[in-house]
Design a protein. Structure first.
Length: 422
């Protein structure tokens, strides 16, 4: 029977019926066919504790018995208050104000809208364009599509329908690059700012790891240089840490590698451990202060129905507690060791003629192929070996749950290599 479910990113003509998931625990999920698959993607990078984590499930049950939902307009509640305080505590210094929403894309919309209104309130209404990077991905809503890579990104079809923003070249110097090697990338950024800063409200970027745009890994020196340029040209710096937040790059936040604070930072995906959709847009006192005034334009006119949802806030609090009490950063370091040994240091893999580059950062690894065609059939092959892999474009990657054991991760890397004949 045909299903009425319209699946994302799928070609409806050629798609096959998707496997049906009935449950899961830890890094695995189960299908109704009886198969169990080890999830190498942790469900689009959000299920950082894996499936059916007892503490997260209990937190949702307990909260459901008290209060499932209430509007945040004119009201507040303990889970939202506590989560906001916790996010201020763990994020880089100065990010003291938290605006909740319900998904990463909306969190980014909030960030961009906040940046435009900030400049308006500062008497610079002409600053209403954004500066983004090639290879960027910031979400699928119209506002977010307009700051995604307009050429190689997945939304090129809509270019004419979107507001026109500015783009700087994607940074090329890798994570370990020396400061001098990053100068060239920063020059590219400076050139756009010199020409257009009068109309640029904010620079948006996925710090250190341009994820859905091809897992491009970037030097912390680039972040420091970008911070300086933003200050020089009175441009706000927005970090989209939707994918990088909560340990993915090896530190709690990518910004921590560079020891700096953006003006606005967006969190989602790992925020709730993936158990409920939610997002947080954090802003510094400087941004927040601009909104304090008597004018009718001072209110921030945004309020997603489900912002600050108590179930989502409560499970996010539990997720954070588990992250800290169970030394997830230590786990991530051990997973990083496996990824480095099994992929980065595998000479045969790196020398494979179809492989363009192998990159590893924190609990993320990618084998970039020269050609997308060499990944045909990889997902099916992996499934036969009990692993859920979902390569896209030229990129075969893993972003495992942090509860994945070293042995399980070695199984994932073995299957990745075997699938490309290595
Ligand atoms: C996934 C992602 C988004 C969009 O989040 P949704 O919750 O899917 O709307 C935005 N930015 C980055 C960097 C992402 O990885």
């Amino acid at each position: 029977m045909n299903s009425p479910v319209w699946h994302p990113y799928a070609h409806l003509k050629t798609q096959r019926p998707p496997p049906r998931v009935v449950g899961g625990e830890g890094a695995h999920f189960h299908l109704d066919s009886g198969e169990t698959l080890l999830d190498a993607t942790c469900s689009w990078w959000c299920m950082i504790h894996g499936y059916a984590h007892p503490r997260l499930v209990a937190a949702i049950r307990e909260q459901a018995g008290e209060l499932c939902h209430v509007m945040l307009g004119g009201l507040t509640h303990e889970p939202a208050e506590r989560l906001a305080r916790e996010l201020v505590r763990i994020t880089p210094p100065g990010l003291d104000h938290v605006f909740f929403s319900d998904s990463g894309s909306v969190g980014m919309e909030v960030a961009m809208k906040m940046a435009l209104q900030y400049h308006h309130l500062q008497g610079k209404p002409e600053k209403r364009r954004l500066l983004s990077l090639m290879k960027a991905y910031h979400g699928d809503t119209l506002g977010c599509m307009a700051v995604c890579d307009p050429e190689e990104g997945m939304h090129a079809l809509f270019n004419d329908a979107l507001p026109r923003h500015h783009f700087a070249p994607a940074p090329r110097a890798g994570f370990d690059a020396e400061p001098e090697a990053v100068e060239n990338d920063l020059d590219g950024l400076r050139r756009v700012l010199e020409r257009h800063h009068r109309e640029i409200a904010a620079l948006t970027m996925e710090p250190l790891l341009q994820a859905a745009g091809g897992l491009n890994m970037v030097s912390p020196h680039y972040l420091r240089g970008a911070r300086k340029l933003c200050d020089e040209f009175d441009v706000l710096l927005i970090f989209d840490e939707v994918a990088t937040g909560f340990g993915r790059t090896g530190r709690l936040f990518a910004a921590d590698h560079a020891g700096l604070s953006p003006d606005i930072m967006v969190l989602s995906k790992g925020l709730t451990g993936g158990y409920l959709g939610h997002a947080a847009t954090l802003a510094t006192g400087r941004v927040h202060e601009a909104f304090i005034g008597d004018g009718p334009l001072h209110a921030f006119m945004h309020g997603p129905t489900f912002m600050g949802n108590p179930l989502a806030c409560r499970v996010a609090l539990e997720s954070l507690a588990v992250f800290e009490q169970e030394d997830y950063l230590g786990r991530i370091e051990r997973l990083n060791g496996v990824l480095r040994r099994e992929l980065l240091e595998d000479e045969a893999l790196r020398a494979h003629p179809a492989v363009a580059e192998v990159r590893v950062l924190g609990a993320t690894a990618v084998i970039e192929m020269r050609d997308a065609a060499s990944l045909a059939g990889v997902a099916d092959n992996a499934r036969r070996q009990g692993v859920w892999l979902r390569p896209f474009g030229r990129w075969l990657y893993t972003m495992p749950a942090y509860v994945t054991s070293e042995e399980e991760l070695r199984h994932i890397t073995r299957v990745m290599k075997a699938s490309i004949g290595c």
